[in-house]
Design a protein around this ligand. Structure first.
Ligand code: FE2
Ligand code: FE2
Length: 272
């Protein structure tokens, strides 16, 4: 079992930040803003999935998961709070979150469904998050030019995502979730997640007035498909999930441990 520490981040999120906070780059800012907009709703669903999955376990198995589930819930609840503050500033800047209401509507369809479906959806999303997190930590210099407090926020979230990437997956396996359903949900989530990310990023750029600027598209091409591009570097790890013997722990998390160690002054452990 993974020991998951809940950390309170010691950064100021009261002070407003620049419209193009991500190194002055409109595209990167719009992309990160889109992801942030999805977190409060998404992470609440992950918390509920993991809680309900835990409750569905036989008591002798619950003991094994108890601490990890508490840590997972604590970490995701903290992420939600921090990103809600961040999103408050985006609203002030005139951006509109269309992702959250759309996701809420879709998630309503899951009410009353087997907890294994919830967990398969959560595990699929967590795989995406973990890939993104690893990529962020590996390419942290790409956040240079952003305010230190915002860089810290994104890298702290990344480090914790990498840390708890196995929780939903392990619960799914413990409840006897099948390989076929795991893959079915992963394929669906891939389409939904990429579609939503694209829509919200475009919407953010449109409101920002930078959608049709050449510099925006140039940045997008390089950031996604360049040598260190997000899509270029993430395709391999994405595909790994389809393997029958895949487990999230097979993917790298040294960078997460390293960041948490090097940046201990940025947070205090809660209830430790
Ligand atoms: Fe999170
Ligand atoms: Fe997560």
């Amino acid at each position: 079992m993974t020991e998951l520490v809940v950390r309170r981040l010691l950064i100021d999120l009261e002070t407003p930040f620049a419209r193009h906070w991500c190194g002055g780059d409109a595209f990167r800012t719009a992309l990160f803003n889109a992801l942030s907009m999805s977190f409060p709703v998404g992470e609440q669903f992950f918390i509920d999935s993991v809680r309900n999955g835990f409750k569905a376990l036989p008591p002798e198995q619950q003991e094994r998961f108890k601490r990890e589930v508490q840590g997972f819930v604590g970490q995701e609840a903290t992420h939600r709070r921090i990103h809600a503050l961040f999103n408050g500033h985006l609203e002030q800047q005139g951006l509109v979150n269309a992702w959250a209401p759309r996701a809420l509507k879709r998630l309503k369809l899951m009410e009353g469904k087997d907890p294994r479906h919830w967990l398969a959806i959560t595990a699929a999303n967590e795989h995406f998050t973990a890939i993104f997190a690893e990529w962020m930590l590996r390419n942290h210099d790409r956040l240079d030019g952003s305010e230190a407090r915002l860089k810290t926020m994104w890298l702290w979230h990344s480090a914790e995502e990498s840390e708890h990437k196995s929780t939903a997956f392990d619960l799914y396996q413990a409840l006897g979730g099948s390989h076929a359903w795991r893959i079915t949900w992963f394929r669906r989530i891939t389409l939904i997640f990429l579609g939503d990310t694209l829509r919200q990023t475009v919407e953010n750029l449109r409101r920002d007035g930078t959608l049709w600027k050449w510099s925006t598209w140039k940045s997008a091409g390089e950031y996604l498909f360049g040598k260190r591009g997000l899509i270029r570097q993430s395709y391999g790890p994405w595909k790994d999930y389809l393997r029958r013997d895949f487990h999230p722990s097979q993917q790298e998390s040294d960078l997460s441990r390293q960041w948490l160690q090097d940046n201990a002054r940025e947070y205090t452990p809660v209830g430790a």
